[in-house]
Design a protein around this ligand. Structure first.
Ligand code: SAH
Length: 188
């Protein structure tokens, strides 16, 4: 995993998803070397870079031009540009340009999560997976009910990571925001 502090950052762009959360997302995704991955809301590229290392192709989409630029910079920094196509635009519309895929990762939806999940599900190969990372309770609820409408039973995990900051007095645990990781598999 790439360390959080090693990503190139832009103050206008959220992310990267914290290292320990990226670990869980990668595990839950079950990503395989032949997979085609779509990352909607690529932000700083935190998840895009991890998938680029492990999948065949990654389509990274963000509505914010600064996020597109930052993701590209990070891909270049780590020599991961070859199998990643970075697309500026709304995830919902960008999905039209992509054929079938194996893994849909949604880190930002701009209030259109149910539509994104429905459209993404239709383009998902059989046994394909959907993963939503949510910081808002409303996003969790929307994700779960959208997946339920598709008869999918999601795995829902909420994690609160604390990281030790070492000082002369000792190691102080600093809490990070909780995040919920919702994942589901098509055809199961
Ligand atoms: N997973 C990223 C962080 C995601 S932050 C990382 O690890 O770096 C969420 C991102 O979703 C933001 O950059 C935001 O611009 C983007 N976003 C929000 N709504 C969107 C939409 N409808 N289509 C595409 N991107 C969107």
């Amino acid at each position: 995993m790439i360390k959080d502090q090693d990503f190139i950052k832009n103050p206008n762009v959220p992310g990267p998803t914290k290292e320990e959360v990226r670990c869980i997302v990668i595990c839950k995704s079950g990503v395989k070397p032949d997979d085609i991955v779509v990352d909607i809301g690529c932000g700083t590229g935190g998840l895009t870079l991890e998938f680029a290392k492990r999948a065949k192709t990654v389509y990274s989409i963000d509505i914010n031009p600064d996020a597109i630029e930052t993701t590209k910079q990070n891909l270049e920094k780590y020599g991961l540009t070859k199998n990643v196509e970075v697309i500026e635009g709304n995830g919902f519309e960008a999905l039209d340009k992509i054929e079938k895929f194996d893994l849909l990762v949604i880190g930002g939806s701009g209030g259109k999560l149910p539509l994104l999940i429905e459209k993404g599900y239709n383009k998902l190969n059989n046994n394909g997976r959907i993963i939503v990372t949510a910081i808002l309770l409303e996003t969790c609820a929307e994700a779960i009910s959208s997946l339920d409408k598709l008869s999918l039973k999601p795995d829902v995990v909420n994690v609160s990571i604390s990281k030790g900051e070492i000082s002369k007095r000792g190691t102080m645990m600093l809490a990070r925001n909780p995040i919920t990781i919702i994942s589901a598999q098509k055809g199961i």
